[in-house]
Design a protein around this ligand. Structure first.
Ligand SMILES: [Fe+2]
Length: 381
């Protein structure tokens, strides 16, 4: 029998001793085979560890092919806790199995339906009377969740129909997270959430054949696409919306270095809320699954922003955003691109996507050190 922390448990392990809550409620009986739902239940009840039967050595699969090939002979030992890691249920799988996520999924689907209705009302000439219902609907999604939990859940809500509505909802929630990190008052958070919800409403005026075109746009089509910020502001004009909501619709494709559209504004000319919505907009696009790739892991997203994005976004907001994301993954279990696993032990402030990691072998690797340029964090486990 061995004791494993809950995050090291995996389906099909046999529970060796009953798992009981502090109040004595038996959650899992001895002899039960673990399922993802059971593991989620343990997380839900904040159980820290469980005793499981030690699997037979032959049940442990060979590790995935590793990039590094070492010639020293492998020692055949009985499997340690760390040996399970390469095979353990991933962070995403655990998240998806949690009751919180399942509730989130149904609230999210409901939100999409009502958001569509609200868009219709606005397009038909309605306006600020939708505000209360839009905010109320969103509330269920961010209630009793940390910003990180919310971002993680959003990252797993892809592959749905209605990309425009999903994106609008995601941008609203991500913008709200940023607002919270900036310690905005509640009224501002609400305006920011609405700004995110409505930022792309102009896309409803773009012909579907262009909006959903799978391949590359022609110059003409691209010009049509780029008209959506102006069309969005027109739809929202003179309807009693807070001006910051209108600015977000109009300016969310403007970039601090003047490279954006429609007007090529620079940082101090772009409204604060539009700047925040712009970051949420790009983050959502990066973390969405695409036909040609899986969603990027958070450290890769941070890396992309660091590589290409810092000058394009408002410095204060982008740094707050990236620092919070990086810090929330401090102490997370990770896998590098060479398939070796370890834990993030220190976030480098000047190189957020390349923290210091302690490998399961005990080695400490500072990914910011040029000696480790070939390595990067591939996934969070
Ligand atoms: Fe847009």
């Amino acid at each position: 029998m061995i004791t494993l922390t809950v995050d090291a448990l995996e389906p099909n392990m046999i529970v060796a001793e009953p798992v009981v809550t502090k109040r004595g409620q038996v959650l899992i009986k001895a002899g039960d085979k673990l399922t993802p739902q059971m593991i989620a239940k343990l997380t839900f009840y904040k159980i820290e560890s469980a005793n499981v039967e030690e699997p037979e050595p032959e049940e442990i699969p060979e590790p995935e092919q590793e990039v590094e090939t070492e010639t020293k002979p492998e020692k055949k030992e009985s499997p340690s806790k760390e040996a399970y890691v390469s095979n353990q249920i991933t962070y995403t799988q655990r998240l998806k199995a949690s009751p919180k996520f399942q509730k989130f999924q149904s609230d999210y689907a409901l939100n999409l339906t009502t958001l569509k209705e609200d868009f219709k009302i606005i397009i038909a000439g309605g306006g600020a009377e939708c505000i209360d219902s839009m905010l109320k609907n969103c509330e269920a999604l961010f209630k009793s969740k940390t910003a990180l939990e919310l971002l993680d859940m959003l990252g797993n809500m892809r592959n749905l129909e209605d990309p425009l509505y999903c994106h609008s909802l995601n941008v609203a929630l991500i913008s709200r997270c940023i607002g919270k990190w900036l310690q905005m008052p509640r009224e501002d958070l609400n305006i920011l959430t609405l700004a995110g919800l409505l930022h792309d409403i102009g896309k409803t005026q773009i012909p579907e054949s262009i909006l959903n075109k799978p391949g590359k746009y022609t110059d003409e089509e691209y010009a049509t696409m780029k008209s959506h910020p102006v069309l969005g502001k027109k739809l929202l004009n003179d309807k009693g919306f807070d001006p910051r909501i209108l600015y977000a619709a109009l300016q969310h494709h403007e970039r601090s270095d003047g490279s954006g559209y429609p007007r090529g504004l620079e940082e101090d000319e772009i409204d604060d809320f539009a700047s925040i919505v712009a970051i949420a907009d790009v983050y959502d696009a990066m973390t969405s699954a695409r036909a040609h790739r899986d969603p990027l892991c958070s450290f890769q997203v941070i890396n992309q922003f660091e590589q290409e994005g810092l000058k394009k976004f408002n410095t204060k907001y982008i740094l707050t955003f990236l620092e919070h994301i990086a810090n929330t993954y401090n102490n997370s279990r990770i896998m590098l691109n060479n398939a070796k696993t370890g834990r993030v032990v220190y976030i480098n402030k000047s190189n957020l996507s390349r923290p210091v990691v302690q490998m399961d072998t005990g080695d400490i690797i500072n990914l910011a050190d040029s000696a480790f340029n070939d390595l990067y964090i591939k996934s969070i486990l």
